[in-house]
Design a protein around this ligand. Structure first.
Ligand SMILES: [Fe+2]
Length: 267
């Protein structure tokens, strides 16, 4: 059974030369430019609504064919790098990926951060789930440089799209991250990871400045993939042994996810 929402298909550029085949919820799909040069996304032979964000095409999935009832945010802003993409395959479901947002303890226990706590939220608002977390990031550097105070705001728009903005309190970059779980089959996800960075202050000019931006951007890409890979065990374990703790935030999360199920009352 598929949860309705926006799910990533492929980068728009990927289908400029030839159609892109993909799989979602156990169904084959194709993304292509039609005879009049218009982009088309078909799943199981049916045209589905789509939108483009961060050069990525997202398909609207709804098991009983309802039109989109929410939109994804526009990712604008000055000074940001192009999005860089990678992915991880994990035996899980988007339900468990998005659940991270209500599990503040896992940031220390699983990600190796220190003293992670909610600065505000979680807030459930229609299709959106938002949190603001203050934490000490594991930089991967030795000694006194190992932890770095930071905070992030993270928002899920349904179960297929999570956007995180990291506000660096003592460093030289802002970063933003997309975590896009794509359910290939039941219990099998490809998680697309996008990252874009913006240098703070006045970037150096010339080769030195460009070099600093490049190294920082590459390092952040590496660290982002490392951080998400640390979730793998948790997400796979929850898929194998679903747990529903009787604590207010977990209960609220389960209630929030119900709106994306096809049995919900048609409005
Ligand atoms: Fe996590």
């Amino acid at each position: 059974m598929s949860a309705s929402g926006w799910y990533a298909v492929a980068l728009l550029d990927d289908c400029r030369r030839e159609p892109v085949q993909f799989r979602m919820f156990g169904v084959d799909g194709i993304m292509k430019f039609g005879p009049e040069g218009r982009l088309q996304v078909l799943l199981g032979g049916h045209l589905v609504p789509f939108c483009v964000r961060a050069s990525m095409v997202f398909a609207w999935i709804d098991e009983i064919g309802r039109e989109p009832d929410f939109a994804l945010p526009i990712l604008g802003g000055e000074g940001w790098t192009e999005w860089a993409w990678t992915h991880l395959d994990v035996d899980t479901d988007p339900h468990w990926v998005m659940r991270d947002l209500v599990d503040v303890d896992h940031y220390d226990a699983v990600h190796g951060y220190r003293s992670a706590r909610y600065a505000s939220g979680p807030t459930f608002d229609g299709h959106r789930l938002s949190v603001h977390v203050a934490f000490n990031w594991d930089t991967g550097l030795p000694g006194p440089l190992k932890y770095f105070p930071a905070s992030f705001s993270s928002e899920a728009f349904g179960l297929g799209f999570q956007l995180t903005n990291v506000l660096s309190t003592a460093g030289c970059y802002n970063t933003r991250h997309l975590v896009l779980p794509v359910p290939l089959e039941d219990g099998r996800c490809r998680i697309l990871l996008g990252v874009s960075t913006r240098i703070l202050g006045r970037p150096g000019q010339g080769i030195a400045g460009a070099g600093l931006r490049h190294i920082g951007h590459r390092y952040i890409q590496w660290a982002f993939r490392r951080d998400i890979a640390r979730d793998r065990g948790l997400w796979a374990a929850l898929q194998d042994h679903p747990t529903y703790p009787n604590e207010p935030l977990f209960v609220a999360y389960e209630a929030w996810t119900q709106q994306f199920q096809s049995q919900r009352a048609a409005s």
